[in-house]
Design a protein around this ligand. Structure first.
Ligand code: ADP
Ligand code: ZN
Ligand code: ZN
Length: 732
């Protein structure tokens, strides 16, 4: 417990420090626990800060300290442990601590509003109401009878459901003193254990035994289990074990909105309140879930990336499902990795943490090799499901129709005729990635980016997927005024059109960002698929994530070649993960599955390894290459990015930054660049970056800790935007 009377407060401003204040006038500082919010004067205005600690001496002149305006909470919103994790993350990712801590709070609390009460208003009978005999008032009678059946009270919503909307009648009864409002604890939806409990197979039992043995302290596990091997079943069993010990479980998943099935599975199996935290919720709903978790009322916290910061006083286990997924890394602002922070949080709180994936990241596999994580495996599919057979289709010189080779079309025809469901994967939405003038060669470039505008026929737009710029279709070529403008290449929209021509009798469902833009649209489409009303399923990587399509027997992957020849050294890893995940949708039930991958490079060694020896062998080859090339995970990186509307400034700033870094004279750090970013112009700005690399994490952080806070003072920093990305996942 801190003892001093000076308040060290994290204020959400872009500065790399906390600020010292005096207590609000007349307030005894010892009544202020860390983790509460305070309103404080800052600059010309006021901000909402969080008390980090109380200290007895300020590094600033004590006379210059101002008093905080008011304390907003009596009970802490964040525990010391939560605060320490957040401050650790702020230092590690080189982000201002006030912004990091503010981002961990639900929006309304960030703005200084009162924390919502979890109780909700309901109605109950008063003592006189119990004997009341309203005559000639059937509606009143009905309400009194209903309330008699619910002696503890009933929510207004439930009452309306039973008696119809009855606000005026209720008011009438309240005036008579027969009913009164009351506070109710939230009723969690009644849980039905309708999903039959499966008998776990020996491999699953081994995994559970291993994790159970490590429940008493920090232990990191990587569960490497092929798609459909029963990882989720393992999570559910472990969660039940944790709940039985009266602890909480935190489960991170890539995107809940994409996998409503997973949510339902948790809700039907776990017989305890679950706090859901994802972007599809309103601010209020998120806040309620957050508070339920932090007050220990929710036993399971199931959420996306930012849920890693949810306070949980009885936390007993952290699970990160699909740990390889890029969405765990925030790509703007506070650029943290929720997966990596899961490990840090578990370590600091002495908890077990389980990472799971069918296609683990190379980093995590490397951590198993070095002994940091314990590797666990589920090498086979659960139940009767068999692994799919994967083949390459050489499409060199094949006449493609909408990107489909004759061989693939033939196979599709066979499967559809047999009555099976097929899935086609093309990671490009829209009709065509570019429009070309057949006469002069003009291409539909984005005026604001070094990129092409995608043709969207449905909305009759050209659309830049990098900056969002849109315009109506050209009637004629803007260069030569010619009228022969043609789409070049394929997107999902075009694929749907071609499939509809080829297979007019088979209903098609397309799933991509365009077809699922409206709220609830994805669920509707998935329901169509599950109800069997769809024979041909096509889409982008949205399809690759966690879905279970039991009737799919054939998966066609239209284009993998991009991943083989990208400038980004992670592209091959991502390609393989996508292929495995998409392939994993086939034959998950009793029907066996087949996967066909179209390529113009059928002899590529990486592709060959992936197809014939599987993902783990592929990952090993990639890791060897990374080691030889001295790339992560065999070194540590941070990327300093800069952008500006004026072309020279970003490089100028980065040169100054590099000079400053060199002057720090820290051995063992390499600087690469500055160089123009792979997409040099985006959204009207010129972009460049400087890669900072070291053999040891500590050396890298020694440099960053001194360099980053000083960059804002560079003259060249004034007119540009810059950011630092520690452990970057994308070099864009
Ligand atoms: P994963 O998370 O690895 O993809 P799931 O846990 O979703 O795997 O399991 C895949 C399918 O196998 C599901 O339909 C699940 O009900 C079934 N399954 C899992 N474990 C078993 C088991 N022990 N016996 C029979 N079926 C199982
Ligand atoms: Zn032209
Ligand atoms: Zn653009």
């Amino acid at each position: 417990m801190p003892t001093g009377s000076i308040l060290r407060i994290a204020v959400p401003v872009p500065l790399y420090t906390c600020f010292d204040y005096l207590p609000p006038s007349g307030v005894d500082p010892t009544t202020l626990p860390s983790g509460i919010r305070l309103r404080v004067p800052f600059g010309r205005g006021e901000r909402i800060g969080v008390l980090v600690e109380r200290v007895s001496a300020s590094t600033f002149d004590a006379d210059s300290l101002k008093p905080a305006t008011a304390a907003l909470d009596s009970q802490p919103l964040l525990t010391d442990q939560d605060l320490k994790l957040l401050l650790w993350a702020a230092t590690y990712y080189q982000h201002p601590p006030g912004e990091v801590i503010a981002a961990a709070l639900p929006v309304r609390l960030r703005k200084g509003e009162e924390a919502a009460k979890l109780e909700i208003t309901g109605w109950r009978l008063t003592a006189s109401g119990e004997t009341a005999q309203p005559t000639h008032a059937p509606r009143q009678l009905q309400i009194i009878q209903t309330l008699t059946e619910h002696p503890a009270g009933i929510t207004q919503q439930a009452l309306y459901a039973l008696c119809g909307s009855c606000r005026p009648v209720l008011r009438n009864l309240e005036e008579k003193g027969w009913v009164e409002p009351c506070e109710l604890k939230p009723q969690h939806p009644p849980t039905t254990r309708d999903s039959p409990r499966l008998t776990l197979n020996p491999a699953q039992r081994d995994v559970i035994t291993a994790v159970s043995a490590g429940m008493q302290g920090f232990n990191a596990f990587l569960l490497n289990g092929v798609t459909g091997s029963g990882k989720t079943e393992v999570y559910l069993s472990l969660i039940e074990e944790v709940l039985a010990a009266n602890r909480q479980a935190l489960v991170l998943v890539p995107e809940i909105a994409l996998t409503p099935q997973l949510m339902q599975r948790f809700q039907s199996r776990i017989n305890s309140p679950i706090a859901l935290l994802h972007s599809g919720l309103s601010d209020r709903e998120r806040e309620r879930a957050w508070l339920a978790a932090s007050r220990g009322e929710a036993s399971v916290i199931l959420g996306t990336r930012s849920a890693i910061f949810t306070p949980a006083p009885r936390l007993g286990l952290i699970i990160v499902d699909e740990e390889h997924d890029l969405s765990f890394k925030q790509q703007d602002g506070f650029r943290y990795s929720a997966r990596d922070l899961a490990i840090v949080r578990a370590q600091r709180q002495c908890l077990p943490v389980l990472l799971g994936s069918a296609t683990p990241s190379l980093e995590s596999l490397h951590n198993v090799t070095t002994g940091r994580y314990q590797g666990l495996e589920l090498p086979e599919r659960a139940g009767d499901a068999k692994p799919p057979r994967i083949d390459l289709l050489d499409i060199r010189s094949a006449p493609l129709n909408g990107g489909l080779s004759p061989a693939l079309l033939r196979m599709l025809d066979e499967e559809l005729t047999t009555g099976n469901q097929v899935l086609l994967f093309l990671n490009r939405r829209g009709y065509a990635p570019v429009v070309i003038c057949h006469h002069c060669g003009w291409l539909s470039a984005c005026p604001r980016c070094d990129a092409r505008m995608t043709l969207h026929l449905g909305t009759r737009l050209l659309w830049c997927h990098h900056c969002g710029h849109q315009r109506r279709l050209y009637r004629e070529c803007p260069e030569c005024k010619g009228s022969d403008l043609r789409p070049l290449g394929q997107g999902t929209e075009q694929l749907e059109e071609v499939l509809a021509q080829q297979f007019p009798n088979h209903p098609i469902t397309r799933i991509d960002r365009d077809s699922t833009r409206k709220k609830g649209a994805l669920e509707k489409l998935l329901n169509t698929v599950h109800a069997g009303h769809c024979r041909i399923l096509l889409g982008t990587q949205m399809l690759a994530k966690g879905h279970h399509f039991p009737d799919v027997t054939l998966v066609g992957i239209l284009d993998v070649d991009q991943g083989l020849f990208s400038a980004d050294y992670r592209a091959a890893e991502r390609m393989a993960q996508l292929v495995e995940q998409v392939a994993g949708r086939a034959g998950r039930a009793s029907k066996s599955g087949r996967v066909l991958i179209q390529t113009r490079h059928p002899d590529h060694p990486l592709l060959q390894t992936l197809i014939h020896q599987g993902y783990n062998a592929f990952a090993q080859v990639c890791l060897n290459e990374r080691q030889q090339a001295h790339l992560p995970p065999f070194c540590y990186q941070a990327l300093l990015r800069a952008e500006s509307p004026s072309p020279e400034q970003p490089i100028g700033f980065l040169e100054d930054a590099a000079k400053q870094a060199k002057q720090l004279n820290i051995q063992g750090v390499e600087l690469w660049g500055p160089v123009p970013a792979p997409m040099e112009r985006r959204a009207g700005r010129t972009r460049a970056h400087l890669l900072i690399q070291a053999n040891h994490r500590s050396t890298l952080h020694q440099l960053l800790g001194q360099l980053i806070p000083s960059l804002g003072r560079l003259k060249s920093a004034r007119s540009i935007r810059w950011s630092i990305d520690v452990d970057p996942q994308e070099m864009l």
